[in-house]
Design a protein around this ligand. Sequence first.
Ligand SMILES: Cc1cc2nc3c(=O)[nH]c(=O)nc-3n(C[C@H](O)[C@H](O)[C@H](O)COP(=O)(O)OP(=O)(O)OC[C@H]3O[C@@H](n4cnc5c(N)ncnc54)[C@H](O)[C@@H]3O)c2cc1C
Length: 384
Amino acid sequence: MSDDEKSLVVSGAGAAGISAAITAAQMGCPVLLVEKSQNEGGTVTKSLIHTLGGIFDSSGEFINNGITKELAERLLGAESFTKKRQIGRTWTLQCAPDIYGKVVKNWINELPQIKLMLNSFISAVEADKGSVKSVTVTGDKTAVINITDLIDATGKGETIRLINPDLVINNEPKASAGLIFILRGVDPDALSFPNNVKYLHHIRSEVKKGALPPALAGTWFDQGVYEGECYVKITVDADTAKTSSGFTDKLRDDLISCLRALPAFSKAVIYKTGAQGLRDSGRTAGEYSLSYEDVINARKFQDAACRCAWPVEFWDNENGVALEYLRENDYYEIPLRSLKVRSLENVWTAGKCFSADYRARSSARVAGCCWAMGEAVAKAVCKR
Ligand SMILES: Cc1cc2nc3c(=O)[nH]c(=O)nc-3n(C[C@H](O)[C@H](O)[C@H](O)COP(=O)(O)OP(=O)(O)OC[C@H]3O[C@@H](n4cnc5c(N)ncnc54)[C@H](O)[C@@H]3O)c2cc1C
């Protein structure tokens, strides 16, 4: 890409941004993928998500074809432990976050049309008459890039905020944040249903007795990808999570001390601790805002970008998780207008910061759906 050439720029290399960049590259569009941290992968790899939702419908069939299906096939082909897994009334793809990280890294590397800039971010945007002309990318060096289109896949509308802060809405109820860590060396019997429930009750009763802090009442366990592996999820208030990582580290350590006193966990060791994950950190104002009613009534749209059937899954700090399911074998659609930023001709968004109310977002933010949104936006942009 030469200095005076125009390029599609994608801000954020998480699920939606990677998907948008790969799709654009597959369509022959050169793309600059700008990621603020040192690795691509986003929340899935950083916060250790091992059950990818939004890939299958309620019968376990692929809900979207295209890139989400290709992702699943690549993940299944990369390691025999990756598998389709039913959890309650939903289907997920269970995969180690490390494997996911490797697969997406290799996939990006296969495509010379993608220029990936890690440790970089867009520090300024030049817009004129409702259209963005160029962005300044700051990393090792600073460069001004002329753009065709801009896709904000930062999960929080960070780049759109630079154009106009009023285009990022951040005043709705926020789902709680989460800290996930992986234990290994746990007795596998302790992790299968209904034994896992027994251990969760134990934690809750320790909280009631005052032996563990109240913040641990919403702790969740899940069997991991490998034998004896347990994913432990601590629920944290989103504002506390942003300001204090020491607080969650202390919670994790208290919890592990309590668990190690139980025979099934006596040999448990921490394999990895994820970064605190924020489920909600701002969403963009689009030409359409997907509503809770659209989701729960399985609404279809003429300008459908992709499908989703994941339940409305709202994580509340006090009351834990509440799930509201769609009708069996039904799905809603996400309109392309909710991925198009209002009043800006060539600016788009994809992933968890797309334009939707907070309850609609608590369904559509699952990783598979973010991949499908990224694909739809890139197709819309590259076809123009
Ligand atoms: C605790 C927790 C548990 C979850 N559990 C599940 C689950 O079990 N299954 C499931 O499917 N989903 C789960 N999710 C949701 C899902 O993982 C995310 O919603 C989804 O991965 C978001 O993808 P995204 O591409 O929109 O954003 P992200 O994956 O967050 O990617 C955004 C990227 O943008 C980068 N970025 C941010 N700001 C800038 C900037 N200014 N410039 C450049 N780059 C920037 C970030 O570093 C990041 O890499 C969970 C989320 C959390 C927090």
